[in-house]
Write a protein that binds this ligand. Structure first.
Ligand SMILES: NC(=O)c1ccc[n+]([C@@H]2O[C@H](COP(=O)([O-])OP(=O)(O)OC[C@H]3O[C@@H](n4cnc5c(N)ncnc54)[C@H](O)[C@@H]3O)[C@@H](O)[C@H]2O)c1
Length: 326
């Protein structure tokens, strides 16, 4: 392996630019190759990083001489990149949510497992000390209930986000971070039941998302959660998560997931969310690629698939009007 870990980017859009910035603090890696269906996007990223441009994920995986691939694609665009990584035996980092098709996700997860491939998924909040402090406390005093999600204003027209057939909807695409933290703290979900509000946002071209959704989740540990999203709250957004156990309350706020912890019989605790969380997440993956030690990875591909299966089950519940077992 070269001095610097050579990375290939599949996808050169918004989150790819965030990872370029993050890599400025990961000094033992370089972005050596890029591909995107938009030549302009790939070229712009190449000019910024010095990466070579490739025509496809397959040619990048085969010919670029990279040590790992970053799959930075919208939910509908997954497929070829994962196949290319599997065929080439390359470790890969995949942005959340990992896709839309449960069959494909489970098939890739099984192949990753069979090949023992090193993977990571972009659930960056798992690297936060606030979330990990909560996890540590809840190991001894299990989580009972959670309530939280993402509220935002009415969106403008967007090439894929506002089209539920491409993004999976706001709960799957955005509130997935909250679903993932709750899975991290509670363990596996066993049943979801969803209800949605529709018809409030008007005249947004290509808009097929729900205006808001609320999802009840039951967990194998007998805990419950009510998780939600809104894309129709124009007087102000909110990102929050409240969790309680018998003797602790956790109140997470904002994108950084600052937490205020109340404990029965003890002083309250406040932990602020880290800046530069993408650098922390990327450095953990690069360290695992460099050393082979995977202990720093907080979300593997198989784990990321399980989070997606929860929100995809919520979408099935919206279609059928019935609870869905996982
Ligand atoms: N972890 C986070 O907090 C976070 C933040 C933002 C976005 N994301 C996730 O990152 C993913 C991408 O989001 P984005 O904001 O970068 O979207 P984007 O629309 O800004 O960029 C997507 C890029 O992918 C390219 N693309 C589409 N299909 C392709 C294909 N088959 N092969 C190669 N390139 C293809 C597009 O041309 C575009 O350049 C989404 O799943 C999103 O949820 C994660």
């Amino acid at each position: 392996m070269a001095d610097k870990i050579r990375i290939g980017f599949v996808g050169a859009g918004g989150i790819a630019r965030a990872h370029v910035d993050a890599f400025s603090k990961v000094t033992d890696a370089e972005i050596a190759a890029v591909t995107d269906v938009s030549k302009d996007a790939a070229t712009a990223l190449a000019e910024k990083t010095g990466a070579a441009v490739f025509d496809s994920a397959r040619s990048l995986a085969r010919d670029a001489g990279v040590d790992a691939i970053f799959i930075l694609l919208p939910p509908f665009a997954h497929g070829e990149a994962e196949r290319a990584a599997l065929e080439s035996g390359l470790p890969f980092f995949c942005e959340k949510p990992v896709g839309l098709d449960p069959g494909f996700l489970q098939e890739v997860a099984a192949e990753v497992e069979a090949k023992g491939l090193l993977t990571s998924v972009g659930y960056m909040n798992r690297y936060r000390s606030s979330v990990n402090r909560a996890k540590q406390i809840l190991e001894a005093d299990p989580a009972i209930m959670a309530f939280g999600g993402w509220w935002g204003g009415s969106p403008g027209s967007h090439p894929w986000w506002t089209d539920k057939s491409k993004s999976g909807g706001q709960f799957h695409e955005q509130a997935t971070h909250t679903v993932d933290i709750v899975r991290y703290l509670f363990g596996e979900a066993v049943e979801v039941y969803a209800a949605a509000a529709n018809g409030f946002n008007k005249d947004i071209p290509g808009y097929t998302m729900d205006d808001a959704a609320t999802v009840t989740v039951r967990f194998a540990n007998d805990g419950v959660a009510n998780l939600m999203c809104s894309a129709s709250s124009n007087a102000g957004g909110s990102l929050f998560l409240d969790v309680h156990s018998l003797n602790h309350n956790f109140h997470f706020t904002e994108w950084e997931h600052h937490v205020a912890i109340k404990s029965k019989g003890a002083d309250p605790e406040v932990i602020h969310g880290e800046a530069g969380i993408f650098s922390i997440e990327d450095a953990a993956f690069i360290e695992a690629v460099r050393t082979g030690d995977r202990s720093g990875i907080r979300s593997t591909y198989g784990d990321g698939v399980k989070t997606s299966l929860v929100s995809l089950a919520a979408n099935r519940s919206l279609e059928t009007g019935k609870p869905v077992s996982l």
